[in-house]
Design a protein around this ligand. Structure first.
Ligand SMILES: Cc1cc2nc3c(=O)[nH]c(=O)nc-3n(C[C@H](O)[C@H](O)[C@H](O)COP(=O)(O)OP(=O)(O)OC[C@H]3O[C@@H](n4cnc5c(N)ncnc54)[C@H](O)[C@@H]3O)c2cc1C
Length: 379
């Protein structure tokens, strides 16, 4: 296999975006992917572009954590959505990028209070959000149930199609000069006279620098250079309904229950929100849990009654790496030449931007967001 300056490990949204930006910045780059491209979380997710903070910060976390999250994540999410807008214009095919706005709905006075507190903090951190009470909420989103007391609206939220986006980035990377090697999982990373020797089933690659963008496999890659990467792999559930006429222009979430819902360009309704999935202990395959189907669809149907008449087409599970909430990005001071590219937990939203920040720092550019808050050093 070919030697290179930068070796990117992982062919999900982050690895393909890293290869794309590095190649466009004129850096010699190769990417190795263990399986095929987009077969990890990046091809299994809901495609929601999130900018609002999750309401769980307000119901579960201490106040200091909420403020820290707002300070770090809101500038990241705003720039992340802009980055998707730029990519939608640059890439060779329609990735179904839309920002019609997102809403989070409250059905109890306690949830309304969470939305008001959340909106105040988010506005202070520079996010365009507003809270609408019942009647205004129903004219903004007439598809919502009568039980809704109010909503928080964030105009920049939206969606992309995860089945199209990573392949489009990989094609863009290849066109810009990146070499992409599928079925070439990194097995070992050794140091030899100031360079890395990366061992794969398709041969060894000598490189000066490594970007670990291996998603749930990132901790194993980091361990190859003696680094402990904190984080937890989480299995999550998804559903999609049959097609119907357009009726749901927004990204919809619930302030007190696990739910994300949106309608795709083809008319299917994609319902998720992070309910648990399962792994078959015998085969290792990711599968679904009956309870997650029932709870997820029940919440969706109660909030948006029109969903009740739609047929469930498919359910699936996916697995992604959950950090402390923030991405883990950039150089690792204790391992010269080793760089991390782990997105925030909403990693489809932040993935391309996180990759661009790492590519900017590798190419000697000033990263467009300060990477200090996202360094591995914080652990
Ligand atoms: C069900 C579900 C729904 C989600 N919904 C959303 C959403 O709506 N919005 C949002 O913003 N985020 C969402 N996420 C999170 C988001 O999908 C992930 O954070 C993001 O896709 C992570 O991208 P990645 O490139 O880091 O990892 P991945 O897509 O997992 O890619 C990592 C790649 O590295 C490869 N790899 C691993 N080890 C090695 C190795 N040793 N050598 C070579 N290659 C290796 C893997 O095969 C994989 O292809 C969701 C996640 C799940 C699971």
């Amino acid at each position: 296999m070919d030697d290179t300056d930068v070796l990117v490990v992982g062919g999900g949204i982050v690895g393909c975006s890293a290869a794309y930006y590095l190649a466009r910045f004129g850096i010699d780059v190769a990417l190795v992917e263990r399986d095929d491209l987009n077969t990890g979380a990046s091809g299994a997710n809901a495609g929601s572009l999130h900018a609002q903070l999750t309401s769980r910060y307000f119901t579960e976390g201490p106040p200091a954590r909420i403020e820290a999250a707002a300070r770090a994540l809101i500038p990241l999410s705003r720039q992340a959505v802009d980055t998707w807008g730029e990519l939608a214009r640059e890439l060779d095919r329609d990735i179904e990028f839309k920002t019609n706005g997102g809403l989070m709905a409250a059905e109890s006075p306690a949830e309304m209070e969470v939305l008001r507190r959340k909106a105040t903090l988010e506005q202070a951190a520079g996010l365009d959000v507003h809270v609408l009470a019942r009647s205004e909420a129903r004219s903004f989103a007439p598809y919502l149930a009568e039980t809704v007391l109010g909503i928080e609206v964030c105009p920049i939220e939206g969606k992309i199609n995860p089945l199209l986006a990573t392949p489009a980035l990989a094609r863009g990377a290849a066109r810009a000069g990146a070499r992409i090697h599928r079925h070439a999982g990194l097995l070992a990373l050794e140091r030899e006279k100031g360079t890395f020797v990366a061992k794969t089933p398709r041969g060894a690659v000598r490189c000066r620098r490594v970007v670990d963008a291996a998603g749930v496999g990132a901790a194993k890659v980091a361990a190859m250079v003696g680094l402990h990467l904190p984080g937890e792999a989480r299995l999550q559930h998804m559903n999609v309904t049959a097609r119907t006429e357009p009726f749901l222009p927004h990204l919809v979430q619930h302030a007190g229950k696990r739910l994300t819902m949106k309608q795709s360009a083809t008319g299917t309704v994609i319902i998720g929100g992070g309910l648990p999935a399962r792994r078959d202990p015998a085969t290792g395959e990711i599968g679904v849990l009956r309870d997650s189907i029932a709870i997820n669809l029940g919440t969706a149907r109660n909030l948006v009654p029109a969903v009740a008449r739609l047929q469930l087409l498919r359910t699936w599970g996916g697995e992604s790496l959950m950090t402390d909430g923030n991405p883990v990005l950039g150089a690792v001071p204790s391992v010269a030449g080793f760089h991390l590219a782990i997105p925030a937990n909403s990693g489809i939203t932040s993935g391309p931007l996180c990759a661009r920040l790492v590519a900017e720092s590798l190419s000697g550019r000033r990263p467009s967001l300060d990477l200090d808050a996202f360094s591995i050093e914080r652990f």
